[in-house]
Design a protein around this ligand. Structure first.
Ligand code: ATP
Ligand code: MG
Length: 784
C-alpha cells in the first residue's frame, strides 16, 4: 500500500486502511472485539467528507447507543473542520424520531407526538386491559407488551399477525385496541417509531426516493444486533424490491459487526441479517480485521478460548502484539457482600497504582446485583455511576414532572393525565377516575376534554385539575425552557409534596437536576446547535444531493420549520423527546471521576482499563433461563465474551458462594465458564474450589429460602476473609459436578446444592428433561 497521504489515515493497519478507503459499493466488516471496527467506521466518514465524496448531509450512520453517537460526532468534529449538523448519526430510534418529526403529517401523527417509554407503554396497556375487562391472569400485561413489541419488531400490524388459537386472536385484538388508543392520544412507543418510519418510506415514493438520493453513505455499527425491521428499513433506504427481489441501489452501505457479540436475540436481533446482507446487497468487499488493539494477551486468550466453545460461529481470528500483561485474577467470596468489599479494596489499590476510577468498570449479568455493590462503594465513599438500570428520566418524581410538561404540550396524552390527575393527592379517587374514563370513552374524547361530564364533588376536583393545567399552559407561553420547568415544579405542587415526605429530599434534588438537564440540553446537548438549521444551500450544492426533491424538507433538524406551514417544534417538545430517547447517562455526576457500573449488555462497544466481572456463578452467569437450551447458552457465552473483551489492562472475575437475590439467599457454584478459560492466563486469588458444600459453612439447618431479612446475618461475612471450603462431605454425599441417576429422569449432572438435613435440595441438569430442583429427602439420587 502506498503511504497514506492524509493524517487521517495514519495509525491504521493495512486492513483498516483498505476498509476506510473502500470504493463506493456495499461492504461488510466482520471482525472480533477491539479490532477497530468502530474506529474504522468513524474514520471512513471523516475520509469520505475530507475527500469531498460526500457532504455531511449525505451521511447516515447508525450506532447502538446515544453515547456512541455522541462520541462519534465528537471525534468527527475533532478530526475535521466540518459542519456536523447535517449528518444523521444516532441510534435507530433516534434517527426514526428525527425522520418522523420532519414528516409527522405524512406519517399520520400530530406535530406534538410524544414518545412512550417502556414503563409508560406498560401502564397504557394495563389501562386498556382494565377498560376492556381483559382477564389479567390469562393475559398478563407484560406478556401483551412483549407480544406487541415483538410484532412491531417483525414489521407486523395487527392484520398481518397470523392467528391460530383464540388466545392469539385476543392478543391481536388487544394490539389493535392499543394502536387506536396510542393514535387517539398522540403517542408512539419505541417499536412504533421504527415501524412508522419504515412504512412511510415503503408507502411514499417521493419521500423514499428523496432519502435514497440524499444518503449516499449508510454506515451501521454493531450490525449483528439489528432486528428484522431495522434491516428492512435499511433496505428501504438503499434499494428497491422488484418483483419480490431486492435490488441494491447506488448508495453505499457499510455494515460492521461481530457475530460473536450478538447478545440481543431475546429482543429480536437476527444475526442472520449478516448473511442476508452479503447476499441481498451483493457485497463485493468483505474485510476481516484480526489485530486486537485493546487488550493484553492474557485477556484476549481468555476471550478466544471461551468463545471457541460455541459451535455456531462465522469464524474469525484475533491476535494482539501487546505482551501477556497481568494475569486474569479470579476471586471467590463467601457472600455477595464480601465480594463487593473485596472489590472496593482492590479498587483502592488500583487508584494507588495510578488508574483513574472512570477507567474501572464493574459488570454484572443482572441489574439486581448492583444494589450490594452500590452499598459497598457508597459506604467506602468511592464515587460511582450506574449506567442503565433506572434511567434518570425514569425515576418516579421525574416522570411525574415530565407528565405535567407533556400535558402542556399535548392535552390528549391520557397516560400522562392519569399519572398526575391525583398526584400530588388532590382528593380524586379511583371511582371518579373510572367515571371519567367511561365518559371519555362514550364521547370518544380524551380524559382532559371529558371532565365536564363528571358531576358532583369529584367533577369539581377534576375540573380544577384541568383548569390548573390549562392555566399553566397559558402562563408558560413565551417562557424559556428553564422557566417553564421551574414554574411547573412550583405550581404542580410536586416540590411542596416531596418536602413533606420523609425521603423527599433526594427527590427534590432530582427535580432540581431536571432543571439542570434542561439547561444543558439547550446549551450543549445540541438543541441550541440544532436550532440553526443546516443551510439549505450547503446541502443542495453538494455533489451527492443532485436531484433532491425540493418540496421535501432537508433542513430536518428538530427545530426546523415545517416546509408548508413554517410550524416548528417547541423547545419543550424537543426536550420531552430527548427525555424519552436519551438514556440519561449524562445526568448527575457527569464528568466526575467515578467507577462505572453497568450490565454486560450495556457495556457493548465500550472499553476500560480495568474490568470486574462479578457474580460468575451457575444460574446467574450463565443465567438460569439459559441452562436448558443450547442456543441460549451460546448467547450467554457471547455475553461473557463481550464482558471479557471490554478490558484493556486488567480483568477480575469473581464469584460468591452465597448471594441474596430477589429476597432469597442462594447458594451457588462457580460458573462453568471458568472451565473454559485457559489456566495459564488465570491467577486464583483464593484457592480454586471444588464445589460448594453447605454444611461446611456452619449454615446448619433451615436456611433454605430466607426470604427478606437475612441481611444482618450475611453481613457478618462482609469483612471476614473468604473461607476456603472444606472437604467435609455433607450427609447426602453429593457434590456439584457429580453424575447422578434418578428413577424417572435418568442420568444427570448436579449443578447446585442447597440446604441441609430435611431441607437439602439439589439442582440437577438432566439432558432429557432439563434442569430440575429436587428435594433430597424425597428424590432418590444415586451417584453413578
Ligand atoms: P468492539 O467489538 O468491542 O466494538 P471495535 O472493533 O469496535 O470493538 P474499537 O473500539 O474501534 O474496536 O477499537 C478498540 C481500541 O483499539 C480503541 O481504543 C481504538 O482506538 C484502538 N485502535 C483501533 N485501531 C487501532 C490502530 N490501528 N492503532 C492503534 N490503536 C487502534
Ligand atoms: Mg465497536
Amino acid at each position: 500500500t502506498p503511504a497514506p497521504a492524509s493524517p487521517l489515515l495514519q495509525n491504521l493497519n493495512p486492513e483498516q486502511l483498505a476498509a476506510v478507503t473502500l470504493p463506493a459499493g456495499n461492504a461488510l466488516i466482520l471482525a472480533g472485539a477491539g479490532s477497530g471496527k468502530t474506529r474504522v467506521l468513524t474514520t471512513r466518514i471523516a475520509w469520505l467528507l475530507q475527500t469531498g465524496q460526500v457532504s455531511p448531509g449525505g451521511i447516515l450512520a447508525v450506532t447502538f447507543t446515544n453515547k456512541a453517537a455522541k462520541e462519534m460526532l465528537a471525534r468527527l468534529t475533532a478530526m475535521l473542520p466540518i459542519n456536523a449538523r447535517g449528518m444523521w448519526i444516532g441510534t435507530f430510534h433516534g434517527l426514526c424520531n428525527r425522520f418522523l418529526r420532519a414528516h409527522w403529517k405524512l406519517a399520520g401523527l400530530p406535530s406534538t407526538f410524544q414518545i412512550l417509554d417502556t414503563q409508560d407503554q406498560l401502564s397504557a396497556i394495563k389501562r386498556l386491559m382494565k377498560q376492556f375487562n381483559v382477564d389479567e391472569e390469562r393475559f398478563p400485561a407484560k406478556q401483551t407488551q412483549w407480544f406487541i413489541a415483538g410484532a412491531k419488531e417483525d414489521g407486523l400490524r395487527p392484520r398481518d399477525v397470523e392467528t391460530r388459537t383464540d388466545d392469539d386472536r385476543k392478543k391481536v385484538e388487544l394490539y389493535q385496541l392499543y394502536e387506536e388508543q396510542c393514535q387517539r392520544e398522540g403517542v408512539v412507543d419505541f417499536g412504533e417509531l421504527m415501524l412508522r418510519s419504515y412504512e412511510l418510506l415503503r408507502d411514499n415514493d417521493p419521500v423514499r426516493e428523496h432519502y435514497q438520493r440524499r444518503f449516499r453513505h449508510i454506515l451501521i455499527d454493531e450490525f449483528q444486533d439489528t432486528n428484522r425491521l431495522q434491516y428492512a428499513w435499511i433496505k428501504m433506504l438503499a434499494g428497491q424490491t422488484v418483483e419480490g427481489r431486492f435490488v441494491p441501489g447506488d448508495n453505499s452501505v457499510l455494515a460492521v459487526g461481530d457475530d460473536d457479540q450478538s447478545i440481543y436475540a431475546f429482543r429480536g436481533a437476527r444475526v442472520g441479517n449478516m448473511a442476508d446482507f452479503v447476499r441481498e446487497f451483493e457485497v463485493t468487499h468483505q474485510i476481516k480485521l484480526e489485530q486486537n488493539y485493546r487488550s493484553y494477551s492474557n485477556i484476549l486468550d481468555s476471550a478466544n478460548a471461551l468463545i471457541s466453545h460455541n459451535k455456531k460461529r462465522l469464524g474469525k481470528n484475533l491476535r494482539t502484539d501487546q505482551g501477556p500483561g497481568e494475569p486474569v485474577r479470579v476471586y471467590e467470596s463467601t457472600s455477595d457482600f464480601a465480594e463487593a468489599q473485596w472489590m472496593v479494596e482492590e479498587m483502592r489499590q488500583l487508584v494507588r497504582d495510578g488508574i483513574d476510577r472512570k477507567e474501572m468498570a464493574v459488570l454484572y449479568r443482572s441489574n439486581a446485583q448492583s444494589r450490594v455493590i452500590e452499598t459497598a462503594l457508597f459506604n467506602a465513599a468511592v464515587p460511582y455511576r450506574v449506567y442503565g438500570g433506572l434511567r434518570f428520566f425514569e425515576r418516579a418524581e421525574i416522570k411525574h414532572a415530565l407528565a405535567y410538561l407533556r400535558l402542556l404540550e399535548n392535552k390528549d396524552d391520557d397516560t400522562s393525565f392519569l399519572r398526575i390527575v391525583n398526584f400530588p393527592p388532590r382528593g380524586i379517587g379511583a371511582r371518579s377516575i373510572e367515571q371519567l374514563q367511561d365518559a371519555a370513552r362514550a364521547a370518544g374524547r380524551s380524559l382532559h376534554d371529558a371532565v365536564a361530564a363528571v358531576g358532583g364533588k369529584a367533577g369539581a376536583n377534576l375540573s380544577a385539575f384541568v383548569a390548573k393545567i390549562d392555566v399553566l399552559r397559558e402562563q408558560t407561553q413565551g417562557l424559556s425552557l428553564r422557566e417553564i420547568i421551574e414554574l411547573v415544579l412550583q405550581h404542580s405542587g410536586l416540590i411542596e409534596h416531596y418536602r413533606s415526605e420523609r425521603e423527599g429530599a433526594d427527590r427534590i434534588e432530582n427535580l432540581e437536576e431536571l432543571v439542570n438537564a434542561a439547561e444543558s440540553f439547550v446549551t450543549q446537548e445540541g438543541f441550541g446547535r440544532d436550532a440553526v438549521a443546516m443551510p439549505v444551500d450547503e446541502l443542495r450544492q453538494s455533489p451527492a444531493s443532485q436531484g433532491l426533491d425540493p418540496n421535501l424538507p432537508i433542513t430536518d433538524e428538530p427545530l426546523a420549520p415545517d416546509a408548508e406551514t413554517g410550524e416548528t417544534m417547541s423547545p419543550l417538545a424537543a426536550f420531552l423527546t430527548h427525555a424519552a430517547l436519551e438514556s440519561g447517562d449524562n445526568q448527575a455526576q457527569a464528568g466526575q471521576d467515578a467507577v462505572q457500573l453497568m450490565t454486560v449488555h450495556a457495556a457493548k462497544g465500550l472499553e476500560f482499563d480495568c474490568v470486574f466481572i462479578t457474580g460468575m456463578e451457575e444460574g446467574l452467569f450463565p443465567h438460569e433461563n439459559s441452562l436448558s437450551d443450547h442456543e441460549s447458552l451460546e448467547e450467554e457465552r457471547r455475553l461473557m465474551y463481550v464482558a471479557i473483551t471490554r478490558a484493556r489492562q486488567r480483568l477480575y472475575l469473581s464469584h460468591s458462594q452465597t448471594r441474596m437475590l430477589h429476597g432469597q439467599t442462594r447458594y451457588n457454584v462457580k460458573s462453568r465458564f471458568f472451565e473454559e478459560l485457559p489456566e495459564t492466563a488465570l491467577k486464583w486469588l483464593t484457592p480454586k474450589n471444588q464445589g460448594f458444600t453447605p454444611s461446611a459453612f456452619g449454615y446448619g439447618g433451615g436456611y433454605a429460602s430466607t426470604r427478606g431479612g437475612s441481611y444482618g446475618s450475611s453481613k457478618e461475612s462482609f469483612a471476614s476473609p473468604p473461607v476456603p471450603p472444606q472437604k467435609a462431605a455433607p450427609s447426602h454425599g453429593l457434590r456439584s459436578g457429580m453424575q447422578v441417576f434418578h428413577n424417572k429422569f435418568g442420568e444427570g449432572t448436579v449443578l447446585a446444592l442447597e440446604g441441609s438435613g430435611d431441607d437439602a435440595r439439589a439442582q440437577v441438569n438432566f439432558p432429557r428433561h432439563g434442569i430440575k430442583w429436587l428435594a433430597l429427602s424425597v428424590a432418590k439420587l444415586t451417584p453413578v
